[in-house]
Structures are given as C-alpha cells and as structure tokens.
Design a protein around this ligand. Structure first.
Ligand code: NIG
Ligand code: FE
Length: 396
C-alpha cells in the first residue's frame, strides 16, 4: 500500500522527475543523494517535501517535469561582473600566442572608471540574468575594476543590488597611478578604501600573484578585512606556485580560487583545512593554459567547487554547464563530482547551507534540465540544456 504524505494545499509539486539530485545522501543514492522517479514540493521560497513521485502529497498546483532531471540551482561563488568595456583584442592576441598576465586588468579598470552608474548597473543586470537563464541561482560578485575608494564602493553597491554575496577586491592589481609606490596602494586598500567599502561587502579577496600582490601584501589586505568583519577568500596560485593557498588556509579563508599551480604541501593544506579549492577551468580554457589537477585534490580529500570566473579578461563565460563539461573532460572529475562541485561545492565555498541542495528547508532554487540525468551536462557539451529555473520558489 502506498503511503502519501499529508496534503499541502498552498504548495506546488514538481512531479515526474526522472533523476533528482538532492545533494543530501540521507535522501537518496550516493553523495548526490539521487532519487529516480521523484517529486519535489515547494512552498513559498522553500523546499517543503522531496521523495518518490508515487508518494507525493496532494497539492493545489502541479508541474510535470516530463521525465527530465532536476538539480539544485548552480552556486557560482566567483564572478567579476561589475565591469565595463571589452577585451576582444587581448583575447585575439592570446589565441595568436601571447601569454595572459595580470596587467590586462588595467584595461578594464580604465573602462569601468569611465562608465556611468547606469551603464555599470545595466551591465551587471545583464550578466546576472545571463547566468540565471543558464541555471545559476546564487552568484557571488566581486569589485576589483574600480581601484579608487569611490569606484570600489560604487561597484560594491551595484553588486549588492543583485546578490548578498558581495566581495571587496580592491587588491585586484596595483592601479597605474600607484605604479611607483605599490606600498601606498596597499595602505589605501587596508585603510580609507576598506573603511568605505567594508559596510557593502561580506567577503574580502586579494589577487596573490606575480604582477599583482605578494604574500606579505596579501596577508596585510586579508587581515585588515578580517578586522573590519569580512571573511577572506583568495585568488591563489593561478599563474605561479605562489604563497596564496598556504595563506588562505592559514587565515581560514572560505575558499582558495584557481589552485592551478600547487605543490604537494598546498594540496595537503587544502585537504586538511576548511578552505574550499574553487577551480575555474574557464580561465585555463580562455588563456590556453594547463588545467588544475582536480583529481589530485579530490583524491587527497580536499573539497572542490567549480565556477566560471566570469570576467572580461581571463574567462568571459557565465556558463556553469560549460565548466562542468571542462571539469569532466579536462580535469578528470566524474560527472557526479563535477555536478556536486557546481552546486554543493559552491555553497560550501560561500558557507551557505540553504542553497546547493534540494531537501526540506532549503531555498527553492531549482534547475530543470532538458535531459534525463545530470550526467548530460558533461555528455552533451555546449548544448543549452537548462529548460526551467526556479529561484526562491519563483519560476523564472
Ligand atoms: O580570476 N586573476 C585575477 N582576476 C581575474 C582576471 C581578471 C582580468 O583579467 O580582468 C581572474 O582570472
Ligand atoms: Fe577571478
């Protein structure tokens, strides 16, 4: 005899889901907590019930998923979408053999400073919407192309109109007017600029890299941010085997991002600490560089997240699905590991427990695929598989 859950009249049931990714191992099979022939009930902005379709409670409204897969909305923990201008020429030059360097950031800084508030806001809205249409329901947004107190503060305010996950990245690169005195720029970022910017942000980030900020400068930036109530995340070991990862773990950063050039000690530190290794394969794709070794990190026991790193320089994509495909094909992650990293992994990197899972109490952030399973994200690269997206219970 089948036992149905009690009726939920105000709620909506999504039924006939072929494969449901819950990311809750107590609800289904394996680390993804997979349930076949599933249903999900959403009530207001939350998930109210999850289980087999045949046991779904009665609800006022129903949506038929038509035998397709449902997964948590993607959680993108790393983006730089507050910018103006374009770097097509730089991309073209790279595809003819010129290497990527941190210096290209200054091109976007000039364009961003010159942009009006309206144009900058419209640009951010455009990329947030673009990501949402592709299944990304949580998006972290960084500043980092203003690099004056005013331009950083307005970048953060514009970002905050779209997300709670706002990151102050005044230490993205030393701007041209401080080229002769980088120490004075670090003093600005850790002093007056931080005073103005900290109230608008949750996180503090630094680009710890040759051509950007060294280990001592990065430490000064992050510890100043912590004193202002911000939590660190670090652009670490993207272009060289620098001190970023060790610093991130030592300071208890939520995430070390890029992790492309790692020593054994870096891998051990990530495996033992609480810092998530956020891999950004769009950057290696678009700079024609070797990919991070995700297998090595996973086998060592590190927590891995994926993000597109959407920015006009190193990775101009907002597609998490593309990153899942790259992670599987180029970084030796299994499809299950890559989908987990794009959802639950991103949630860990943002220290969020309400997103990145589909289980009772979670935010009703859901991505329906035009495919029978989540594996198709890697199996069908480049195909726009996202059929519908709910954010906070609302069908977009
Ligand atoms: O994550 N590495 C630093 N920041 C960006 C690139 C920014 C740019 O080139 O404009 C990144 O790759
Ligand atoms: Fe980045």
């Amino acid at each position: 005899m089948k036992e149905n859950a009690p009726a939920m009249t105000t709620a909506t049931a999504i039924i006939d889901i072929s494969t449901l990714v819950t990311n809750d191992p107590s609800l289904g099979e394996g680390p993804l907590g997979l349930i076949q022939d599933a249903a999900v009930v959403i009530d207001g902005d939350r998930v109210a019930w999850v289980g087999e379709s045949s046991k779904a409670p009665a609800t006022d409204s129903r949506v038929d998923a038509g035998g397709r897969a449902l997964l948590p909305g993607f959680v993108d923990s790393h983006s730089h979408v507050v910018f103006a201008g374009d770097r097509t020429q730089e991309f073209n030059a790279r595809m003819s053999g010129r290497p990527y360097s941190a210096g290209g950031i200054r091109t976007t800084v000039a364009a961003t400073r010159a942009a009006s508030d309206e144009d900058l806001s419209a640009n951010v809205a455009h990329y947030v919407r673009e990501a949402l249409r592709q299944g990304t329901t949580t998006l972290e947004i960084k500043s980092g192309y203003g690099l004056t107190s005013q331009d950083e503060a307005r970048s953060l305010e514009i970002a905050a109109a779209h997300t709670d996950e706002v990151t102050f990245l005044g230490a993205h690169v030393v701007p041209p007017e401080f080229a002769d005195d980088p120490a004075a720029y670090v003093d600005l970022v850790t002093g007056p600029m931080l005073d103005i910017c900290a109230p608008h942000a949750r996180w503090i980030d630094v680009f710890c890299e040759e051509g950007a900020f060294d280990g001592d400068q990065a430490r000064a930036v992050l510890t100043a941010g912590v004193r202002h109530g911000l939590t660190p995340r670090v652009h670490a070991n993207q272009l060289t085997r620098g001190p970023g990862v060790q610093l991130a773990v030592e300071l208890g950063a939520a995430s070390a991002d890029h992790c492309t050039h790692l020593s054994d000690a870096d891998v051990d530190a990530l495996a033992q600490g609480d810092t998530v290794a956020t891999l950004l394969p769009g950057a290696e794709f678009s700079t024609r560089s070797p990919y991070p070794d995700a297998r090595r990190l996973l086998d060592a026991g590190a927590t891995v997240a994926l993000s597109p790193d959407c920015n006009p320089g190193s990775s101009f994509t907002s597609s998490m699905a593309f990153c899942v495909a790259l992670a599987v094909r180029e970084m030796r992650m299994t499809p299950d590991e890559a989908v987990w990293a794009a959802t639950a992994g991103g949630a860990r990197a943002l220290r969020r427990t309400d997103v990145g899972r589909i289980s009772p109490g979670a935010r009703a952030d859901l991505t329906l695929l035009d495919a029978p399973s989540h594996v198709h994200l890697a199996y069908r690269p480049g195909v726009p598989l996202v059929a519908a997206v709910w954010r906070g219970g609302e069908l977009i």
